[in-house]
Design a protein around this ligand. Structure first.
Ligand SMILES: Nc1ncnc2c1ncn2[C@@H]1O[C@H](COP(=O)(O)OP(=O)(O)OP(=O)(O)O)[C@@H](O)[C@H]1O
Ligand SMILES: [Mg+2]
Length: 400
């Protein structure tokens, strides 16, 4: 490496520059620190007002300012495409550029694009070892017009070469790190996506086919028990069981294709809820729905939550009457399912999946699920979901 230019500096400064550059070679895991120090070294070498260290990005097509002197003084100068401005020209040609009169330099004027120039003169040099492509550009500016001395130009060019190994190593380190980070992120995103897909499928199977089979079993048992004494009643039970079997088949198809529940597709939310109510075995279900257009995924979730709530009431509550309500409150939609059954302790641990899935479904649509239950006092399950609709004076009370 040609270091004759160092003789142009007094011996104290020579020593200072060399020590700084040696220190840089140990800090290549931090491109910003390397570039900021490099800019400060350049400021020590020449009488300048601003120094920028531009570094080529991984594509080799853009320059980004990685360090400045004074530190943090980015001014108007940000990322530059190769070929644009002074630094872009130097990076693409691999040659130094001295602009004594920036106002006369068309590259600078194009770069400024009508903005006032904060500087009068500049030297831009490649940060590159001899014979290799630049990894960046070192640029120094003066506020007053400068007829740069040959020695200052030589020192700036020499400094660009001296800094090249450290800047190149720090740039390489940053690119490797960024690649690792992005690989790590996409792995995380992929796993999260896969996980949510699995949950969705598990919920589809639990709430869809699972529920149909529970109903199916119920009606088949009833049919078997009444076959001898009440053949007509048994026939009705068998017919319902068959209907449920067909629905289960449709649910499987729906789960496989990630579609919405077939009833919801055919009927819309309010009729689908009414149909759920009619099918709830042994319960008197009153469904009161304020019809409001809801996004598909919200309607699907509310439908699924109602379905599981009714199944729980059928299986566990010993209830007679149930009220299913869906109504707007301010900027929310509220689903409320109330039964007059035995009640239970919502905080008690169970092995069941239904309550957990209902909560997750509510959270996925930015909603909240609340359970109020007392032993012997029935259960009220409510889900509050935000909706967007114009509402000048939101009433905050539910219509109950
Ligand atoms: N409306 C209700 N009335 C009385 N008890 C209820 C009611 N809803 C839920 N429970 C109680 O809460 C428990 C948990 O319900 P959850 O839906 O999580 O599980 P599960 O219904 O037992 O099983 P799974 O839903 O996984 O088939 C139930 O086992 C039941 O004891
Ligand atoms: Mg359940």
């Amino acid at each position: 490496m040609n270091t004759q230019w160092l003789d142009l500096l007094d011996s104290a400064l020579q020593r200072e520059v060399l020590l700084e550059v040696i220190a840089l070679s140990a800090a290549v895991d931090d491109l910003s620190r390397v570039s900021t120090t490099a800019a400060a070294v350049a400021a020590r070498v020449g009488a300048i007002d601003r120094c920028l260290i531009h570094v080529l990005d991984e594509s080799g097509r853009r320059l980004t300012v990685a360090g400045t002197w004074p530190a943090g003084a980015l001014g108007d100068l940000g990322a530059l495409p190769i070929g644009a401005g002074l630094a872009g020209w130097v990076a693409s040609h691999g040659r130094p550029l001295v602009s004594v009169d920036l106002a006369d330099d068309h590259r600078w004027r194009e770069f400024l694009d009508g903005r006032a120039s904060p500087f009068a003169s500049a030297i831009s040099v490649p940060i590159a070892t001899r014979g290799s492509a630049p990894c960046g550009v070192l640029e120094v500016f003066t506020a007053q017009r400068q007829d740069f001395a040959g020695s200052q130009i030589e020192c700036t060019v020499g400094l660009g070469r001296l800094l090249a190994p450290s800047v190149a190593a720090a740039r390489h380190h940053q690119h490797v790190h960024a690649r690792e980070l992005s690989r790590h992120r996409s792995t995380e995103e992929f796993i999260a996506l896969q996980e949510s897909d699995r949950r969705r499928l598990a919920a589809e199977i639990h709430d869809g086919v699972g529920q149909r089979i529970v109903g199916l079993t119920f009606h088949l048992v009833a049919a078997a028990e009444s076959l001898a004494d009440q053949p007509d009643f048994a026939a009705v039970q068998m017919a319902t069981a068959r209907e449920l079997a067909e629905l289960a088949q449709a649910e499987v198809r729906s789960a496989v294709y990630g579609l919405r529940p077939p009833l919801l597709d055919d009927l819309g939310l309010s009729d689908a809820l009414a149909s759920l109510g009619r099918r709830a075995a042994g319960l008197d279900v009153n469904v009161r729905v304020s019809e409001l257009p809801l996004p598909d995924h919200v309607a699907t979730s509310l439908y699924r939550i109602t379905q599981e709530a009714l199944q729980n009431i059928t299986k566990h509550a010993g209830a007679q009457r149930v009220v299913v309500e869906l109504f707007p409150v301010g900027q929310h939609m509220v689903l409320r399912v109330t039964d007059d059954g035995d009640g239970f302790d919502p905080a008690a641990h169970t092995d069941g999946q239904g309550l957990r899935i209902m909560r997750e479904r509510a959270e996925l649509i930015a909603g909240r699920l609340d359970l109020v239950s007392r032993r012997g006092g029935g259960t009220t399950l409510s889900v509050r979901v935000p909706i967007s609709r114009p509402q000048p004076h939101p009433p905050e009370d539910s219509p109950r």
